[in-house]
Design a protein around this ligand. Sequence first.
Ligand code: CP
Length: 315
Amino acid sequence: MGVSGLRTDAWSGKDVLSILDFSRSDLDLLFETTDQFSRGPEYVPKSLAERIVATAFFEPSTRTRLSFTTAVLKLGGKVIDLSPDFSSVLKGESLPDTVRMLESYSDMIVMRHPSEGAALLASEVSHVPIINGGDGSQHHPTQAMLDLYTITKLKGGVDGLRYAVVGDIRYSRTAASFLYGLAKYRPGPVYLVSPEGLRARGEVKATLESLGLKTEERGDLEPVLDKVDVIYMNRIQKERFPDPNEYEKVKGSYRITKNMLANAKDAIVMHPLPRINELAYDVDGLPNAAYMKQAGFGVPVRMALLHLVMGGAQP
Ligand code: CP
């Protein structure tokens, strides 16, 4: 139990597969720990000294892989990286066998994989914690955690705000995980803005409904821009379309520009990145632009997560 009464044992030794597995109070502890670590280097414990974290990214990543690596190094730990293109994965080694190797070399595995359920499968064979850095279109829990932290920092909290989640809601694991995270709070209206063919999948809608999160589907972006406090943009996930022709039909469906935000007043624009063409570069200089700060929060949030999963005390 931490000093403010939050339970650290909710994190210690646990797999982080989905944000659905964590309560609001677990997130409160994560964010308190993040705040503490953000005060300066003297507040950062070397809680991963003598620890080795393995990264295994079977899909490209800039932010998740490098922010986890940075976080481990800041906590005094060491990182080994699988690099699938230079490993025996190319000889046909299975995911379970690969995970068994990594668990014998490390204290924790951070992984990303194109197959939904890959992190769950890894957790079933691994004796060390598995951190899901993204599995297909399904979950990206640590992205959702840093997204919620960003809103807490920039808007003072998550409750009561109005949200637009925009773009590819069907295939985007960041959109799904963000919505699962929102469901732990009491947001105002949540608009899901997407082309007809990229609406939230049935199982995502069913989960949100079971959690009591009400959403409204929309096709047009402009009419909701002055109705929301948070605009959460998403890239159309080209790599997940079974038929490239279907991607061609919806690519470029939405694009936020500086001019469009004239009526958006204090709304923040978020994006898990990378951006393609859905977010114009002329937005970068506006006070609304939150996406670079959001990416930056990836390091302290993941430091806090690594610290807690490795059994660190609440600072
Ligand atoms: N947001 C995110 O997951 O970025 P990367 O794909 O670069 O890790």
